[in-house]
Design a protein around this ligand. Structure first.
Ligand code: BGC
Length: 768
């Protein structure tokens, strides 16, 4: 793929040349979604070139049986996958009975645009068929935020040099596969096909999980913008429904099809209501019409941008990138349904199976807290709370007891469902992120009630886990945690990962602090929780004993905490001495070589310093950054943002900016050579943090106080961002000489800017 073909533009992602090598990458980049469903930018018409077809429905997954060579006790049974769902976008196009297929005709004036301001995707091109006919196609598509089970397509064909017939054959196809299926099986069974006049539906169910889904379509036609009657020829096959309509055209005529489609699933309806519900949706969409759906879409996106936009002056590529990140995050998760979460690739590809990772707590929660009503982040926390029983079961399967919980590294429904033992499964650090998410939420929103209502039960179960997982080393006279993988997945089965041990200690201490708080301030809840969890008073003492005596590997020579025991035995050769041809090392080196090398995939010790920055002195932060960053290859998309934020906080702006660019344009410029598989959605929240927490220096103290320490990359003229802080909207604009704050709300807020306390009153600009 040519990784520099996206045209810079402030509000749109644009591609202006048709190149078959870029088709799969563009399918990812131009994906659309509404939090409940999503669609790769596959073409509506046939395409015989390389493509990854992808239509996805949030929460509808398949447990694909794990594939491993040697089975070991404790391995998860399956890897959950958000499935490729029945195709709703397809329209075969024939010109005088010849199929339109961009892979085999001459294409010119190609343009594709993802309009992020208004939330739609368009594509236009001229095509000359082998048979000589020339056409101009203009297509537009959206997945509605307002009618969140509806997608709509407007597709026009202009006859440029001929008179004759244009045949539109819209279809629904439930005979689809996942490319990543472990055993090349179908995940869907087709139950019923319902044929109707200009509309139809398919009822299918997923095998094993038995989610029922109805997919419906309704179509209408225009000739030169006037409604035109059509005759239908129906083809009903085992798993698909295709209707053909032929429109006679003269040279210069434009024939248009509108296709409205809907997914409804048994997550929200009884199985026997599904077909009717899907028909209701397409009827409603048809009644509204494409233009009205577009208007609703524009309004819905306007509301989203109002509280989330970041404006960068003086750098169009940076502007486009940050909006792309914010746009994709909003397309993936809207926050109204606590059963849904944020897959690392969102609805843009199959990799990571649409499952939930620690990415949500460690990276995404700050974005959703900062840009939306606090209920959105709360729903993300409730997702885990609702899975607590499963997390306790997960821990029991591994031999833990007494209500200890191990939340999964990868999950759909609370069960662990990943099949890479050493890499993901040993990453027990994710248990700490669950608790860090709660801490971050409470600090930011001051919704302390979340703790007695839900959070504390999760905390107790996690504290119990760490207490049991650590063991006393009589040699060290300390507690140690053995056999783990830290965030740096290029080291497996290590002992005393600093990050893991630090989080374990912190989790215990924070849990005890919250227990005391709840005991005094919410005695009724305290009683209920103690009974429910069977918590004994002395238990907390034994937890604290582990926390107090936790072991942290430290180098006296370098005065840094070591990533794990034995780290200094490695040959420490900085990444910049590695030949370019050997990178990325995960594609060029054997696993054996990676494991024994000093190279760090993503922030590990530094992830801990990012989480708990105020527990370390400035000198400590600098020393650790200078020791670890040069050894870091940033081969996880989650890496550059953490380094950008830390670099900004120790005044290393050039480094911060370099890392910012890498996170912001990771997908648009395809840094990791894999965007064809999907976009890196969860790290996009890290991009947002890089501006707000990195350049803007936003922090919320343990006491809940908001502060900023703004800096600006020299490449930019100014930047501004908006945050929702406790239901008031605060706008911060930074340029090279000043910071301006504006509050859209009703109450004064006290904020520290550059260590000075200022009061911002509603609608009164404050300049610092
Ligand atoms: C990272 C993990 C992350 C996962 C999903 C991996 O490459 O190393 O930390 O959870 O991707 O984003």
């Amino acid at each position: 793929m040519n990784n520099n073909y996206i045209i810079p533009n402030e509000w749109s992602v644009i591609e202006e040349v048709f190149d078959t090598d870029n088709v799969k990458a563009s399918e990812s980049l131009f994906s659309i979604g509404n939090g409940a469903m999503g669609q790769r930018a596959n073409f509506e018409e046939d395409y015989s070139g390389e493509t990854l077809q992808g239509s996805y429905i949030g929460g509808v997954y398949y447990p694909d049986k794990t594939r491993v060579g040697w089975w070991k006790n404790g391995y998860p049974e399956y890897f959950a996958k958000v499935l490729n769902a029945p195709n709703w976008i397809g329209i075969h196009i024939q010109i005088n009975r010849t199929n339109l297929d961009l892979n085999v005709c001459e294409v010119s004036n190609f343009k594709r645009e993802l309009n992020m301001k208004e939330g739609w995707l368009s594509r236009s091109f001229n095509a000359k068929l082998k048979t000589g006919e020339e056409i101009r196609v203009e297509a537009k598509r959206l997945i509605s935020l307002e009618l969140n089970e509806v997608g709509a397509i407007e597709y026009s064909v202009k006859a440029l040099n001929f008179a004759g017939e244009i045949t539109f054959s819209p279809y629904l196809d439930a005979g689809i596969l996942n490319e990543d299926s472990n055993y090349d099986e179908y995940f869907w069974e087709t139950l019923e096909l319902v044929e109707g006049k200009q509309k139809g539906a398919i009822l299918s169910k997923t095998l094993k999980t038995e989610f029922h889904v109805a997919t419906a379509m309704e179509v209408s036609f225009e000739l030169n913008t006037k409604k035109v009657p059509v005759e239908q020829i129906s083809k009903v096959e085992e798993k698909s429904l295709t209707y053909s309509y032929t429109i006679k055209v003269s040279k210069g005529d434009i024939a248009t099809i509108y296709k409205y489609a809907s997914y409804v699933s048994s997550l929200n309806y009884q199985n026997n209501e599904l077909i009717e519900a899907s028909f209701n949706n397409v009827e409603k969409a048809t009644e509204l019409g494409f233009q009205d759906l577009l208007k609703l879409q524009k309004n819905a996106w306007e509301a989203i941008w109002k509280t989330s936009d970041i404006i960068i002056e003086g750098d169009v590529k940076a502007q486009q990138a940050i909006r792309f990140n914010i746009f994709q995050l909003n397309q993936t998760y809207i926050g109204t349904d606590a059963r849904l979460n944020i897959g690392p690739k969102g609805f843009t590809g199959e990799k990571y199976g649409g499952s939930t990772y620690w990415d949500t707590e460690a990276y995404c929660i700050p974005f959703y807290m900062g840009t939306k009503d606090s209920n959105v982040a709360k729903n993300l926390l409730l997702y885990r709370y609702n899975q607590l029983d499963k997390a306790i079961e997960n821990a029991e399967k591994l031999g833990f007891k007494n209500g200890a919980a191990l939340f999964p590294m990868v999950t759909m429904n609370g069960e662990e469902c990943h099949n890479e033992w050493e890499i993901t499964f040993e990453e027990i650090h994710r248990n700490g992120a669950m608790l860090y998410g709660i801490y971050n939420y409470v600090k930011y929103t001051q919704d302390f009630e979340y703790v007695p209502k839900y959070g504390l039960e999760v905390m107790i179960a996690i504290a119990r886990f760490w207490h049991q997982r650590a063991n006393f080393s009589s040699d060290k006279n300390k507690y140690v945690i053995l056999g783990v993988t830290g965030p740096n997945e290029y080291e497996n089965n290590i002992n005393n990962n600093f990050y893991t041990n630090y989080l374990a200690k912190w989790c215990i201490e924070y849990t005890v602090e919250c227990l005391n708080n709840v005991k005094h301030n919410y005695p009724e809840d305290f009683k209920r929780i103690v009974e429910k969890t069977n918590l004994k008073g002395e238990e907390t003492y034994s937890w604290l004993e582990v926390a107090d005596k936790m072991y942290f590997p430290f180098s006296d020579k370098h005065q840094v905490y070591l990533q794990q025991d034995g780290f200094l035995d490695k040959e420490l050769i900085p990444v910049n001495e590695l030949p370019k041809s050997e990178r990325p090392i995960n594609q060029k080196w054997s696993w054996d070589r990676i494991l024994r090398s000093c190279y760090i995939k993503q922030a590990d010790v530094l992830q801990g310093m990012f989480f708990f920055e105020d527990k370390f002195s400035r000198e400590e932060l600098e020393r650790h950054f200078d020791f670890y960053e040069p050894l870091t290859v940033h081969e996880s998309s989650l890496s550059p943002c953490v380094h950008a934020i830390l670099a900004a906080s120790i005044d290393r702006m050039p480094k911060a900016y370099e890392q910012y660019l890498r996170t912001a344009r990771l997908d648009l410029d395809d840094y990791n050579h894999e965007v064809d598989e999907g976009c890196h959605i969860t790290s996009m929240a890290g991009t947002w943090m890089s501006i707000v927490q990195g350049f803007g220096g936003m922090r919320v103290s343990d006491e809940g106080k908001l502060s900023f320490n703004p800096q600006i990359p020299k490449e930019w003229k100014s930047y501004s961002f908006t945050i929702n802080f406790r239901n008031q909207i605060l706008k911060i604009k930074v340029n090279h000489s000043e910071t301006v704050l504006e509050l859209d709300g009703t109450m004064d807020v006290q904020i520290q800017v550059n260590n000075k306390t200022i009061t911002v009153s509603p609608y009164n600009l404050v300049t610092v």
